[in-house]
Structures are given as C-alpha cells and as structure tokens.
Design a protein. Structure first.
Length: 231
C-alpha cells in the first residue's frame, strides 16, 4: 500500500468577521475539477468548483452559501496561493484598451479593502432607512443577461436586510416579494444612486499593479478588483 502524504494546514482571518479559519491547499484531484471548469468557460461550473474547494479545504467549517461573496473570493485566493504558488502571472489590458501586458501579482499581498466612505445604511428620508446585506454566492441568480436595469433591481432586492420605519424594524424574512417590489419601485433616481454607491464601495479584493506598456515602454498603474482579475 502506498503511503499517504501529509497536507499542511494554514490559517487566515475571515474579512467580514475577523475570525480565524483553518484551511489546507487543494489537492490534484480538486485542482483537476477546477481546471476543467475553467476550460469550459461556464461561470456556473467555475463557481461550483470554487464553492466545493472552499468547503473541502476549510474542513467544512465555512458556510459558503450564507457568507458575503468577498469572503469567498478572499478565502479561495488564499487557498490557491498555498496550492499552486504565491505569485500569479496575469495578463491585463492596458489603459489604451488595445494592448496587453503581463504582471506578477504576489497573492499573499492581495486583501479585501473597504472604501472609507462605505456604509450599509441607506437613508431614504428622515424616517425611513434601509440596512443592506452583502451579496452572497447566489447573486448570479439575480442577474438577467442583457437586462442591466432588471438585474440591478434584483440585486437590491436580494441584499435588503432590514427596513427601518421610525421605531419599527421590518426584517427581510418578513417581507414578501410583492411588498419588496413595490417598495423598490417607489424609490427615486436619487435613492438608486445611494444603492449603487453601496455596491461600488463595498468590500472587495483589490490590488494595485505597476506595468510597462509593451509599445511605449512607459510605466502605468492599474487597480485589480474582484476574483476574476486574479486568474
């Protein structure tokens, strides 16, 4: 019988809770599933492979379905850095939108950053406020291809956690779809800007890279955001 190989264990802090979480690198059999999903180009297959890897590599101690998406992205990046190397070569589009450059990204230095102006409380008027939750892994179900406005409203609907009306607190679990649709439909363009700002400034993976333009040899900088930027 062949010997079983020891797998190292590491720890990280979950961005949204600051709690310690143990994890291990993914194994060849798990990487194979991920590579097949990436090769297919199917976003749902890729997401499922990431979810499975996070669940397995955190010894099933992390709640994939009910945690903010930025937590999943961060944890997966840390698992990947300990599995295939702490540096990743990434092809990025230059500022001119035509040429591409390659950069080396030290994955251990990539962190979840929060805009200093970010808040999850959106004030509709002096009496009514909305407390927002962060998008979960099933956010893709709210996105309708080719329908940006519908998708935006769906994402707002998914992320409403509480509605505060004076001293009354309306919990998300007590809100029906019809009531939510009517509430969101009654918002003004000014209100929608506040919701859009919530999503634009919420915590996300972020890292600034410096690269040389392949044609001009001039150095440029670019901020990489979100999991997809680090593949």
């Amino acid at each position: 019988m062949l010997p079983k190989l020891d797998v190292p264990t590491y720890s990280l802090e979950v961005p949204s809770t600051d709690k310690k979480l143990k994890f291990r690198p993914f194994l060849v059999k798990e990487e194979k599933v991920l590579l097949m999903a990436l090769e297919s180009g199917d976003s749902k297959e890729i997401l499922q492979a990431m979810k499975d890897i996070i669940t397995t590599c955190t010894y099933e101690k992390f709640d994939v379905e009910n945690s903010p998406l930025f937590d999943l992205e961060y944890i997966f990046l840390k698992i990947r850095s300990k599995s295939v190397g702490e540096t990743s070569t990434i092809r990025i589009k230059c500022k001119d939108g035509k040429n591409y450059a390659q950069v080396e990204v030290p994955l251990e230095e990539v962190n979840v950053e929060v805009d200093e102006n970010h808040t999850n409380k959106i004030e509709i008027n002096k009496n009514i406020s909305v407390i927002m939750d962060y998008p979960k892994v099933d956010i893709e179900n709210s996105v309708v291809e080719g329908q940006e406005v519908v998708s935006f409203f769906n994402v707002i609907k998914q992320c409403i956690f509480q509605v505060l009306d004076g001293e009354t607190v309306h919990e998300r679990t007590d809100m029906g779809d019809k009531d939510l649709d009517e509430f969101i439909g009654s918002l003004t363009s000014t209100h929608l800007t506040l919701f859009r700002n919530f999503f634009e400034t919420m915590p996300k993976l972020k890292y600034e890279v410096k690269y040389k333009h392949p044609k001009t040899d001039k150095f440029e900088t670019k901020v990489l955001e979100g999991m997809q930027s680090f593949f």
